[in-house]
Design a protein around this ligand. Structure first.
Ligand code: SAM
Length: 255
């Protein structure tokens, strides 16, 4: 078992202890199935965040199942395509951090720099802190709504958007794009992950055209990953199969 697998297993056990009880394993399974249905049928205009956060079973499903899948997917993506980000431990902004999975992956793969999380849902902020502590990372999360919740750029920061840009409306997304461009111009880097389905991110091509002159490239990532036993058990219980993880990635290829 690698150091990361051991930490993910311990993190998952700790998250389950937060949610079960009062929930039981049947609640968790139903929460996973409910959220999984939302992901599969997600439309570009749907506020998945609000619906994902609705109800304790879905919150538990996100924290105990989808967040670890996000972390492992992001790590697989960065192992393949993240070399230019270096390992100097640069600060990582985790924007739309939820329970902190994507920012944790970026920090873990780039030298364990401090994580600054922002999410509009106050209820996720403690969960993000738990995630980063469980993985041995430094981080703090604050309530904020994108785009205003983003600070203006400082040199050398990594901006991470893990499955969050899809949840913005067009106006907010356009303003976030401007701030990403400003950050890249002063030596910042980008890591942006979304589901593989092209249907739900119609903005992808225009973002890429706007960001490729600043060194950003995209990849479809599909990776077979050895899942921790807890994830295999939850997969089986929910009738799902995550032996292959996938995401679309936009990433700075030049540092
Ligand atoms: C699908 S979750 C992904 C969470 C996390 N990044 C991960 O990788 O697991 C999307 C997150 O974006 C947050 N979000 C959506 N719109 C936002 C906005 N305008 N400002 C801040 N956070 C937002 C939601 O509250 C939710 O926690």
């Amino acid at each position: 078992m690698t150091e990361l697998s051991a930490r993910v297993a311990a993190w998952m056990a700790a998250e389950e202890a937060v949610h079960l009880p009062p929930l039981d394993r049947t609640d968790l399974r139903k929460g996973i199935q409910g959220l999984s249905g939302l992901y599969v049928h997600q439309r570009a205009d749907q506020d998945l965040a609000a619906r994902a956060g609705a109800g304790p079973a879905r919150r538990a499903a996100f924290a105990c199942y989808f967040a670890p899948l996000h972390l492992l997917t992001a790590v697989a993506a960065l192992e393949r395509h993240g070399a230019a980000l270096g390992t100097a431990g640069r600060p990582v902004w985790d924007l739309g951090c939820g329970s902190g999975a994507a920012g944790a992956a970026v920090s873990w793969c780039t030298g364990q720099g401090p994580i600054l999380g922002v999410d509009r849902e106050r209820g996720w902020l403690d969960a993000a802190g738990r995630t980063w502590r469980a993985l041995g990372l430094r981080g703090r999360a604050r309530k904020g709504t994108l785009p205003e919740g983003m600070s203006w750029p400082k040199k050398g920061e990594i901006l991470c958007f893990g499955w969050s840009i899809n949840e913005l409306d067009d106006e907010a997304r356009a303003e976030v794009l401007k701030r990403v461009q400003a950050s890249l111009r002063v030596g910042g880097s980008l890591v942006l992950l979304e589901p593989l389905s092209r249907r739900i991110s119609p903005w992808w091509g225009s973002w890429l055209r706007a960001l490729s002159p600043l060194g950003v490239v995209d990849h479809d990532v599909k990776a077979r990953v050895a899942l921790p036993q807890q994830l295999r058990d939850l997969d089986r219980a929910a009738g799902l199969d995550h032996q292959e993880l996938g995401a679309r990635l936009m990433i700075s290829a030049g540092g």
